[in-house]
Design a protein around this ligand. Structure first.
Ligand code: CA2
Length: 149
């Protein structure tokens, strides 16, 4: 049985579709999950899709992905700008990591320019809204397949 692609979402992303649609789009996280499952299914991958508002829980799931995932897609949300602990957990992951952001942090406030995730990810997709998650699935599936070769 092939391992699933893990898609982990950080704090406040459960609020997607309820506020700030001009920044994050109008789709809910449930709708993003449907997109992800559709794209991954077409590529022959199962998906584990989760969201948490708790740093420790996010780190537990990253550690789980280390052993159980074919690849890891993560939108760390605010923790991407603050968490050394998340950086350390991701550094221990040997499967491909793709960081995704709905908005483009580089175009926003200065405090969003620092990332503790980008330098431990294979690639970063930002500013393309919910479509970015589908592009991340495509990239993760390719990187996972290359790793198996
Ligand atoms: O653009 C992204 O995906 C972010 O990761 C979203 C984070 C933000 O801190 C990052 O800089 C960029 C914020 C997630 C909060 O999402 C909300 C969505 C709707 C309403 C309120 C918050």
């Amino acid at each position: 049985m092939p391992k699933p692609i893990y898609v982990l979402n950080g704090p406040n992303l459960n609020l997607l579709g309820t506020r700030e649609p001009h920044i994050y789009g109008s789709e809910t996280l449930g709708e993003v999950e449907t997109r992800v499952r559709g794209r991954a299914g077409a590529l022959g991958h199962e998906v584990v899709f989760r969201q948490t508002n708790h740093e420790g829980e996010l780190i537990d799931w990253v550690q789980q992905a280390r052993v159980s995932a074919a690849a890891l897609i993560i939108n760390p949300a605010g923790y991407g700008h603050t968490s050394v602990a998340l950086h350390d957990a991701l550094k221990a992951v040997e499967v491909p990591i793709v960081e995704v952001h709905l908005s483009n942090p580089a175009r926003r406030e200065d405090f969003r320019r620092r990332s503790f995730v980008s330098n431990v990810a294979q690639g970063v997709i930002a500013g393309l809204g919910a479509q970015g998650y589908e592009l991340a699935v495509e990239a993760a599936a390719r990187l996972a397949a290359e790793g198996e070769a």
